[in-house]
Design a protein around this ligand. Structure first.
Ligand code: ADP
Ligand code: AMP
Length: 218
């Protein structure tokens, strides 16, 4: 299964990718996570991306396409993947199409998580993650079952993202509207776009994606 999760920052892409990777036995390719790892490791890409990410702007297409091209060559992507945060521009979408075509592959579906802008700000403000395994949580909408303990790995340290502040969030939402929203007609034209109501509670969004994918599989 080759999937793209599309939606503004805070829409729930990472949250839904979590079960999709289990369900289909495919890796989650989060370009945001890859860049944060590169920044933490102090690689050349990390050095180039750090300030851009902190402002909430998009990292260059050239860097991002290089990152994804390399990641797609890994053997674990042979049976598919769920892309979360890529593509974010039409140039990235076109490059992805080319990269897949070279392998005789194409996307199965692009799932759009549609969420009101006001809800996004609240979701991002309350977001935190396990420092050890990266599992995502929310102050109101998704607390760990045991307070202070990660449901997934038992970790007890949690982190908040540096770019989840009001100013960077504003820039990220503008970047989505200007540079990423044009992907909706791009994928609609190709018959790949499935829009799901991302305003519903997490479990209902999961159920809606499940139905959309069953529909595609026939
Ligand atoms: P994205 O990967 O699209 O940026 P996340 O998956 O990190 O978004 O979700 C943003 C925040 O909103 C997280 O704290 C997550 O727990 C929470 N969240 C995700 N989906 C929902 C939902 N359907 N309803 C309420 N909160 C949600
Ligand atoms: P995310 O974790 O998806 O919210 O991404 C965090 C930040 O990483 C974004 O605000 C961008 O600065 C950068 N980023 C992640 N993916 C991409 C991409 N596909 N294209 C450009 N920048 C990206």
């Amino acid at each position: 299964m080759r999937l793209v999760l599309l939606g503004p920052p805070g829409a729930g892409k990472g949250t839904q990718a979590q079960w999709l990777k289990e369900r289909y036995g495919i890796p989650q390719l989060s370009t945001g996570d890859m860049l944060r790892a590169a920044v933490a490791a102090g690689t050349e890409i990390g050095r180039q991306a750090k300030a851009v990410m902190e402002r909430g702007e998009l990292v260059s297409d050239e860097i991002m396409i290089g990152v994804i091209a390399e990641r797609l060559r890994s053997p674990d992507c042979a049976r598919g993947f769920v892309l979360d945060g890529f593509p974010r521009t039409v140039a990235q979408a076109e490059a992805l199409e080319r990269l897949l075509a070279e392998r005789g592959e194409k996307l199965d579906a692009v799932i759009e998580l549609a969420v009101d802008t006001e809800a996004l700000v609240e979701r991002i403000a309350g977001r935190f993650a396990c420092a050890k395994c990266g599992a995502g949580y929310h102050d109101r909408f998704k607390r760990p079952a045991v307070e202070g303990v990660c449901d997934v790995c038992g970790g007890t340290e949690f982190v908040r993202r540096k770019d989840d502040n009001a100013e960077a969030v504003r820039t990220r939402l503008q970047a989505y509207a200007a540079q990423t929203a044009p992907l909706l007609p791009f994928y609609r034209q190709r018959g790949l776009l499935r829009t799901v109501d991302g305003m519903a509670p997490i479990a209902e969004v999961t159920a809606a994606i499940r139905r959309a994918l069953e529909d595609i599989a026939g």
